[in-house]
Design a protein around this ligand. Structure first.
Ligand SMILES: Nc1nc2c(c(=O)[nH]1)N[C@H]1C(S)=C(S)[C@@H](COP(=O)(O)O)O[C@H]1N2
Ligand SMILES: [Mo]
Length: 259
């Protein structure tokens, strides 16, 4: 009881009354997600102020020092998308690649790698944990996803951010085998959630997801979508793929892979 009151006071003094109220109602982060989404949805725009409110009190994933970077960041899953379209983009050093951001947004955009690099960058050294039982520490540089979402003005009904990838991991030869992932706005607006174009100070290698991959640092490896071609804002996940919100989720993994 006294602990609750103390933390409520502490949070209130930080100017986060609404968030404190929500945090004290229960422990399950996911059960609060829809309420948060609606709260955001009511605002006209994802303004900086609403982002700050949403993010206040959210824990950061641990960041490491440069000496702790793994000598090799083991590539896993797809290491080279084999579609003609991807191969052509790669042959031209991704100069013709465009990130499409669309769906439940007011202003869909297409962004080149140079345009993404011209936006303010964030660099972070974090540990990647794969459910297959290996970890690696890497330094990622990219643009915060929140900044890209600000550009497109999400519509009030947008609840999830979906990442469509270039690789046909299931080897079906059609769109049904393409890798995809999804996150909610808690993770999408988190300051450590970035669209990374550099690994360890160098352009992102193809094996690790060139030209652009998601880093959503409080989640396990399979959420870190590589070869991101298209970002789609949606209000539900059950109409994508087999309905569970991601390539591995459709094959039995948990959608929430927070650590
Ligand atoms: N597009 C795409 N993204 C992906 C995968 C994949 O096969 N394709 N594998 C996932 C898994 S299980 C892990 S552990 C990490 C591996 O990232 P890495 O190749 O940089 O180590 O990417 C994730 N994102
Ligand atoms: Mo993984």
């Amino acid at each position: 009881m006294s602990r609750l009151i103390l933390s409520r006071r502490r949070l209130m003094s930080a100017g986060t009354v609404g968030l404190a109220g929500l945090m004290l109602e229960g422990c399950d982060r996911l059960s609060h997600a829809p309420r948060f989404q609606n709260a955001i949805g009511r605002t006209e725009d994802l303004t900086k102020a609403s982002q700050r409110l949403l993010l206040t009190g959210q824990p950061l994933a641990k960041e490491f020092s440069a000496t702790q970077i793994s000598p090799v960041f083991k590539p896993n899953g797809s290491v080279m998308p084999d579609s003609d379209a991807y191969q052509e983009l790669m042959a031209n050093n991704f100069a013709d690649w465009r990130l499409v951001v669309e769906g439940l947004v007011r202003r869909p955009v297409q962004l080149s790698l140079d345009q993404l690099k011209a936006m303010p960058a964030r660099t972070q050294i974090t540990r990647h944990d794969c459910v297959e039982g290996w970890s690696a520490v890497g330094q990622w540089t990219g643009v915060q996803l929140a900044r890209v979402l600000n550009l497109v003005s999400p519509l009030p009904q947008a609840r999830y951010v979906v990442f469509r990838c270039a690789d046909d991991l299931a080897n079906t030869g059609d769109a049904s085998g393409l890798y995809y992932e999804s996150i909610d706005f808690f993770d999408a607006l988190h300051p450590q959630t970035i669209l990374a174009y550099e690994l360890n100070g160098k352009p992102l290698p193809v094996a690790n997801g060139a030209p652009l991959r998601l880093r959503v640092e409080r989640q396990l490896g399979y959420k870190q979508a590589k070869y991101v071609m298209r970002i789609q804002l949606v209000d539900r996940l059950d109409q994508l793929g087999r309905g569970k919100g991601g390539f591995w989720e459709d094959r039995g993994y948990a959608w929430y892979a927070g650590i």
